[in-house]
Design a protein around this ligand. Structure first.
Ligand SMILES: NC(=O)c1ccc[n+]([C@@H]2O[C@H](COP(=O)([O-])OP(=O)(O)OC[C@H]3O[C@@H](n4cnc5c(N)ncnc54)[C@H](O)[C@@H]3O)[C@@H](O)[C@H]2O)c1
Length: 261
């Protein structure tokens, strides 16, 4: 997929991984709607992106993805403004074991909503031209982090939902490729939550073990995650792919065992 003139929507786009992929898309000539609930980081990000890529190449929406009506409105306004939608990246996520219901709501329920909204605007079923969706999971979906059990559960959920949706898209001829990305530790503000008792709850006491785990597995630069996403966006053959990104193996894919009866 050539990216000039393509339209992307990125949730959690103002910081960390979301910002890295937004910048990568803008560098290749796409236009990007950034959706974020944090007005301060969004303001700073907006200034930088408009300076680097010009006013008009990006749109900013202050929106909490758990607000269903507002998220719906954001998709609608993006399509109204830019004319259509080609790429949706459901990236917004949090680590909060104390308010674990919120973690499920942001990381899984809202990602499902984001996927359905993206399909509404891209699926051939709705008379649209197709596109690509990337849902952000984590290596936590493979490593069963004992100190972030609910976060881990949401990332398992993202993995299962996305793979099932990719098959639904193939069977239903949606024309939309749906893939999931599973990064290991990435150098973003999300990692700092391990120092916040308010976020870690009963698992706060294990923060040194988590730190040790980061030391063992390494911490990736967000730009590498953006490289992986660009690979998924550009490779038209990928649907239902599970991309893993780790320090030891770099960008690679999970190979599933074929299902036997
Ligand atoms: N950093 C890591 O080590 C790591 C590893 C694997 C997967 N991930 C996943 O990558 C994604 C991005 O994480 P990150 O590391 O860039 O985090 P981050 O905290 O640096 O950035 C997340 C962005 O999402 C926004 N956001 C949070 N809740 C939101 C909500 N309810 N509505 C709208 N925006 C919201 C934040 O304001 C922030 O700008 C998450 O899904 C995370 O689980 C992160």
């Amino acid at each position: 997929m050539a990216l000039t003139g393509r339209i992307a929507l990125v949730t959690g786009g103002a910081q960390g991984i979301g910002r890295a992929i937004s910048e990568a898309l803008l560098r290749e000539g796409a236009k990007v709607a950034l959706v974020d609930s944090n007005p301060e980081v969004a303001r700073e990000c907006r200034g930088r992106l408009e300076e680097a890529f010009g006013v008009g190449s990006s749109l900013f929406f202050e929106c909490d993805v758990t607000d269903w009506a507002k998220l719906q409105e954001v998709f609608r306004k993006t399509v109204k403004h830019f004319g259509h939608l080609d790429i949706a990246i459901n990236n917004a996520g949090i680590n909060n074991e104390k308010d674990w219901q919120k973690t499920i709501n942001v990381n899984l329920t809202s990602l499902i909503k984001g996927t359905y909204l993206a399909l509404e605007h891209m699926s051939r079923e709705n008379g649209k031209d197709g596109g690509v969706i990337i849902n952000v999971s984590s290596m936590a979906a493979f490593m069963h982090s004992p100190h972030m059990p609910v976060y881990t559960a949401t990332k398992y959920g993202v993995l299962g939902f996305t793979k099932a949706m990719a098959e639904a898209s193939a069977v239903g001829n949606f024309g939309v490729r749906i893939n999931v990305l599973c990064p290991a530790y990435v150098d973003t503000p999300l990692l700092q939550t391990i120092d916040e008792e308010d976020k870690m709850g009963r698992y706060f006491k294990y923060k040194e073990e988590l730190r040790q785990s980061m030391h063992t597995y390494g911490i990736l630069d967000p730009s590498l995650i953006a490289d992986g996403m660009m690979m998924i966006i550009k490779d038209g053959s990928l649907n239902g792919a599970v991309m893993k990104i780790t320090a030891s193996k770099g960008i690679h894919f999970q190979n599933d065992e074929p299902m036997s009866a």
